[in-house]
Design a protein around this ligand. Structure first.
Ligand code: TYM
Length: 337
């Protein structure tokens, strides 16, 4: 069976970008009984960006509640918290020892940080932790631990999945026979119509840019956020170009084909921004309104969320322990039975 795996970092509250780029396609795909799905909360990854323990924990609960509220079937999928799988940091170390430093030098999160420091005239490594530098190796361990074939991600994560593939290949080259590889080489999967969703300012919607629209705002707050989407200065009645517009881009992510055509027409006819934003609100609200209620209810019952995570961890660890046994044998770290 095909194994499909993806994770979401537990910093902040899930936003429309995470929903459209990762959560929605993942839940849809998991309804297909020909695949085994693995979804997890990447809380070790969160420590790279966030050193506020309360926030890390809060975000983990919120993201778990998000997946559950959106209807994830936890009986037929693996849904777990990364830090409950103690084998993951262990495998990360093994992979550290086969991964060339040069590969990590090219990772764009790290390179971006170095470039920013250099541009500011600072020391190149200022405020860069080993956690950030090693981030793709931890991600590789997440992926190969469960033998994932496909990793659905947004475009920003493609490089990391390619690195996971390189690292797995390197490990196999050293420790496995050609006929019987130990680690499965993963492939990324980026949905055709799931481009990077734009945020309020037109850049990629991202927690780090502070331009997000959180997924489960109250109706009032959701409309308020949508109203903040930047638009050009065209007045009602002036024809607008849909393809440069964030309002239209987000519309496309929620609309069916007919609705896309309708909005395109409305733009050509010069729909006012206020009007377009009201329609966008209604469209999004219709899709997520019921899930929002379930989400708010779940957050009042953290023990129920925890129970789901424990159930997932118990299932996942059966597989991760088996994988670690194989890997330990392969590298020569084991005791006599
Ligand atoms: P993270 O938490 O930044 O994002 C989670 C997923 O959401 C996608 N995404 C977006 N898609 C479309 N538009 C956007 N504006 C947008 N913002 C985010 C991301 O591409 C991602 O798919 N390192 C990963 C988490 C991770 C992981 C893994 C993923 C850890 N281990 C193993 C896959 C496999 C991350 O930080 O994603």
């Amino acid at each position: 069976k095909q194994r499909v795996l993806t994770g979401i970092t537990t910093t902040g509250t899930p936003h429309l970008g995470n929903y459209v780029g990762a959560i929605r396609p993942a839940i849809e795909a998991s309804q297909n009984s020909d695949i085994d799905s693995f979804f997890f909360l990447a809380d070790y990854h969160a420590l790279i960006k966030c050193q506020d323990p309360k926030l890390v924990h809060q975000s983990t609960m919120e993201i778990a509640a998000t997946w559950l509220a959106l209807g994830l079937d936890t009986d037929n999928t693996m849904f777990y918290r990364q830090s409950d799988i103690r084998e993951i940091p262990e495998l990360t170390w093994m992979l550290n020892c086969v991964c060339g430093k040069g590969l990590m030098n090219r990772a764009h999160a790290y390179k971006g940080a170095v470039d920013a420091n250099t541009a500011n005239g600072e020391d190149a490594d200022k405020a860069i932790t080993m956690g950030l530098f090693n981030y793709p190796i931890l991600m590789a361990a997440d992926i190969v631990m469960f033998g994932a074939h496909k990793v659905p991600v947004g475009k920003d994560q493609i490089q990391h999945v390619e690195m996971a593939r390189d690292i797995a290949q390197r490990f196999n080259h050293i420790y496995a026979s050609k006929k019987q590889p130990i680690l499965t080489l993963p492939e990324y999967e980026v949905g055709d119509d799931v481009a990077i969703l734009q945020g309020l300012d037109g850049r990629k919607m991202s927690k780090s840019y502070g331009n997000t629209i959180p997924l489960f705002l109250t109706e009032k707050q959701l409309q308020k956020h949508i109203n903040k989407i930047q638009t050009n200065l065209l007045e009602p009645g002036e024809a607008k170009d849909p393809d440069g517009s964030t309002v239209f881009q987000i519309w496309q992510a929620f609309a069916n084909k007919e609705q896309v055509a309708e909005m395109r027409q409305a733009f050509a006819e010069g729909i006012g921004w206020g009007d377009a934003k009201k329609r966008l609100f209604a469209l999004i609200n219709e899709e997520i309104g019921e899930a929002r209620e379930r989400y708010n209810d779940l957050l009042t019952r953290p023990q129920d969320i925890e129970a789901e995570l424990q159930k997932g961890a118990a299932k996942a660890r059966i597989q991760s322990q088996r994988m670690m046994d194989t890997v330990r044998q392969a590298v020569g770290i084991y005791g006599l039975k």
